[in-house]
Design a protein around this ligand. Structure first.
Ligand code: DQA
Length: 145
């Protein structure tokens, strides 16, 4: 039977949500957002494993592990590593599990250095610009895959 587990991977500085530039990222904490994702996942018939790290290698390992464990999908907000990490790009390409790139803000409408996404170039698709709702929209998309 296909796995009913969706992995949610949050990258650097997302542990600061709630107090970090709230005019851009909102006032919900990461725990608030993870709770909303988990509750909606149950309604959709999935369970969620959510993790956050400030370290690029952790994110690479967790993407690999999602693939190895046969997870249904990965929701990945790689934070600033989105714009720099060839290693994450390669990890996403290296697994069969679909990875959906997620951002709270819309990087395309921000500084030019955020316009390039190594994650997006390897991902199944991207949801960005809807605040915390980006994760919920990505979850709906993941559940339909
Ligand atoms: C972000 C966008 C990135 O450019 C930024 O570095 C972040 C957060 C977002 O969710 O909007 O850390 O991934």
């Amino acid at each position: 039977m296909a796995s009913k587990i969706i992995h949610v991977i949050h990258g650097p500085n997302l542990n600061l949500l709630g107090t970090r530039e709230p005019e851009i990222y909102g006032r919900e904490t990461l725990a608030d957002i993870d709770a909303r994702i988990a509750a909606r996942a149950v309604e959709l018939g999935f369970s969620v494993e959510a993790r956050q790290s400030n370290h690029e290698g952790d994110l690479v390992t967790w993407v690999q592990n999602a693939g190895l464990s046969g997870a249904h999908a990965v929701l990945l907000n790689a934070g600033a590593y989105t714009h720099t990490s060839v290693a994450l790009h390669d990890a996403i390409r290296g697994i069969k599990t679909p990875v959906i790139e997620v951002h709270l803000s819309n990087p395309h409408a921000r500084e030019e250095f955020r316009h390039k996404s190594w994650v997006g170039m390897a991902a199944k698709g991207t949801i960005c610009g809807f605040g915390a709702e980006s994760y919920l929209i990505a979850l709906e998309a993941a559940a339909r895959l």
